[in-house]
Design a protein around this ligand. Structure first.
Ligand SMILES: [Zn+2]
Ligand SMILES: [Zn+2]
Length: 287
């Protein structure tokens, strides 16, 4: 007998997983903070469990990318929020389940020290009270430190990434009594950077630039045959790119090749034009 007769209904497509939501969208905060009748503890616990989950899943997302103090401190604020949310949620859940306070008060911190056990326990309380914690998505960093603080951290990170990628910056200075504007370019690159490798071979145009294992740069004269020995460059000198650009500071604005934009201090991108460098603001450059 055939098991797939044409009258069998097609197997049902699996239901798509529901979109993850923020904790308070899944369980609204039931607490009226003292202005109305008492809120049943089970309702408070349901909300607290979802909230704790929302912070806990966010911990992975905001793992610091650098070793910068500011980033670590902000990250630390999020972690502390997440731990205190978890602590409160588990404590209230235990009390609501009938655990005596003195037992819960010692058990909860012990579980929190073992992060995995605490999360499992949170999930079990969620099951018990009918809260589907799997549906909760991470709270953003702003939930712990505020929207303005998150915005300024994002801006700070962006500026840091821009500075790491573009070590050169330009600064226009308005001279005393309106005697004009002086432009100057600065290099913040470390001694290992290509722009700080010095060479006195006199090459104006270099090709096949390389850095060996000892950190020494080398190049070949443009147009030289491949078997000609390369010219070695010493690391850690003055920025030779800016030596070109700063040679006549009155010409700095003329070396600008970008679009119309407010004159300001900022990170720049340098482009070799055959005889000298041109520059564009790094945050506006298209390449
Ligand atoms: Zn050379
Ligand atoms: Zn440089």
């Amino acid at each position: 007998m055939s098991t797939d007769s044409p009258t069998d209904p097609a197997p049902a497509a699996p239901e798509p997983a529901p979109e993850p939501v923020l904790a308070h969208e899944l369980v609204p905060d039931p607490v009226d903070y003292g202005s109305g009748p008492a809120t049943p503890l089970a309702d408070v616990v349901r909300y607290r469990l979802a909230r704790a989950q929302g912070f806990a899943v966010g911990m992975d997302e905001f793992c610091p990318t650098g070793d910068d103090d500011v980033e670590h401190n902000v990250w630390g604020a999020y972690v502390r929020s997440a731990v205190s949310e978890l602590h409160l949620a588990l404590l209230l859940a235990e009390l609501q389940a009938g655990t005596p306070l003195e037992v819960a008060a010692t058990r909860v911190p012990r579980y929190i020290e073992d992060g995995g056990a605490a999360m499992e326990w949170l999930w079990e309380h969620g099951q018990r009270l009918g809260v589907d914690l799997d549906r909760v998505r991470a709270y953003p960093l702003a939930a712990a430190i505020g929207r303005d603080a998150e915005d300024s951290l994002v801006e700070y990170r962006r500026a840091r990434e821009l500075a790491a990628k573009h070590p050169h910056r330009i600064v226009p200075t308005l001279e005393e009594d309106g005697r004009g504007v002086t432009w100057e370019a600065f290099c913040d690159a470390g001694p290992e950077a290509w722009c700080r490798a010095t060479f006195d071979c006199g090459c104006e145009s270099v090709v096949a630039v390389e850095r060996d294992e000892q950190g020494r740069w080398s190049h070949r004269t443009a147009g030289a045959p491949d078997d000609e020995p390369k010219h070695v460059m010493e690391p850690g000198g003055r920025c030779h790119q800016l030596d070109f650009l700063n040679a006549d500071q009155s010409l700095l604005p003329e070396a600008y090749t970008g679009g119309s934009t407010p004159a300001r201090a900022g990170r720049i991108v340098l482009t070799w034009e055959g005889e000298d460098y041109s520059w564009d603001y790094a945050d506006e450059a298209t390449s």
